[in-house]
Design a protein around this ligand. Structure first.
Ligand code: NAI
Ligand code: PHE
Length: 354
């Protein structure tokens, strides 16, 4: 995001802070509060520059607005990025605790305009730590009164999205398909296990050799991380980081469908149209991965019980089919179709049946 893009950003609010003691740059971006206070996780990662961190936070916050709207959840979209000076695993405990305290102070200054939760490199234990300084935190551990990790329910929602895609697009029985999971982390591991149970052939790639080994022991076939977009499969399931598919990769991707958890899978605006024109079913990430938001906002804001969260999570398949229908009827990419559905819901939010 250059200065011109930054000035064009249509979001509501940006908070930044630099901590010279640890070399950490903090960003909170609120994309929209049209449907309510903003919600979105805290991502801790290394970035090439502060500009890259700001741009990532803006894109991720935008995806949250779309996700919450399309899921009929009464919250707006936001996101935090903590740009670390070194990889997360290289930070000692005291430094990480300081970083979390400063981040919590930043959140608290927004007085509830923005609620955080877990994302890449943050978990329920970190949410517990944040909650010592601020109340505006989802996903604390269950013992501390929170809803706990959202990963299992995110995987459940992606699984529904894969089933709906296979059914609607006539890919065949899930158990007969080859499913390629990129990233055997919190979400990817749950999803791979569940997919294996159907009898499907599951390929896994992870940059972390230990995690790949664990996947192998469960019965997955391991492929090199660099081969994820050149290995033939029926369903490609990105569960690592975003920007996996740009237009040139979309032109040759040897898959029949893309259905994953990673936020912002498409690297550029044309990639969705290229997939559409090639007849590859693309489940927009902000539809397919809404299980985490349904879990956190459902339990902690709407006071849903587990059955109600599960029912809404199953509904991800129905929402996705609506997206595929709009795409087919209007001859537009599924990404565009999902944005239309999200904007309809933002303009006329449905009342939430509990
Ligand atoms: P995680 O950090 O537990 O897992 C990510 C995995 O991907 C790790 O095992 C990592 O080693 C691997 N990885 C990283 N780069 C890779 C690469 N280039 N190739 C192959 N593997 C790579 O994260 P988690 O929680 O499983 O989330 C995965 C994605 O889903 C993220 O993009 C996250 O934003 C998104 N997401 C997660 C939700 C949740 O509830 N945890 C909810 C919605 C979206
Ligand atoms: N970070 C997850 C996501 O991208 C889970 C989350 C949802 C965190 C809502 C906070 C609020 O969906």
């Amino acid at each position: 995001m250059d200065l011109a893009d930054e000035l064009r950003w249509g979001g509501e609010l940006t908070l930044t802070r630099h901590d010279p003691d640890t070399g950490t740059f903090f960003v909170i971006r609120v994309d929209s509060i049209r449907l309510g206070q903003a919600a979105g996780g805290t991502r801790a990662a290394q970035y090439a520059s502060h500009r890259h961190a700001l741009a990532d936070a803006a894109r991720l916050a935008g995806a949250m607005s779309l996700k919450l709207a399309v899921s009929n959840l009464p919250m707006g979209g936001g996101k935090s990025v903590i740009a670390l000076p070194v990889p997360r695993q290289d930070l000692d405990e005291a430094t990480w605790a300081r970083i979390l305290r400063l981040h919590a102070e930043n959140i608290d200054r927004l007085c509830g305009t923005y609620w955080t939760g877990p994302d890449v490199n943050t978990n329920s234990a970190d949410m517990d730590t944040l909650s010592e300084t601020t109340d505006f935190v989802f996903g604390r551990s269950i013992g501390r009164g929170g809803a706990g990790s959202s990963a299992l329910n995110t995987a459940a929602g992606v699984f529904e999205a894969i089933k709906a895609t296979a059914q609607f697009r006539g890919l065949g029985e899930l158990g007969d398909l080859t499913v390629l999971v990129q990233g055997f982390g919190e979400v990817g591991a749950h999803l791979a296990k569940r997919t294996l149970q159907t009898g499907a052939r599951v390929l896994v790639a992870d940059v972390d050799d230990e995690r790949a080994q664990w996947a192998r022991e469960l019965g997955c076939r391991i492929i090199p991380p660099a081969a994820v977009t050149t290995t033939s499969c029926d369903v490609f399931v990105p569960c690592a980081m975003g920007s996996v598919i740009d237009s040139s990769i979309a032109r040759q991707l040897p898959a029949r469908a893309v259905v994953g958890a990673a936020n912002n899978v498409l690297a550029d605006t044309d990639a969705g149209s290229v997939l559409h024109n090639r007849g590859i079913a693309y489940a927009p990430d902000f539809v397919a991965n809404a299980g985490g938001a349904l879990h956190l906002v459902g339990h902690e804001v709407l006071q849903w019980d587990a059955d109600t969260v599960a029912r809404h999570t199953k509904g991800i398949g129905d929402t996705l089919i609506q997206v595929y229908e709009i795409s087919a009827a209007q001859g537009i990419s599924t990404d565009e179709a999902a944005r239309i559905l999200a904007s309809r819901r933002t303009d006329a939010p449905e009342s939430l049946a509990v």
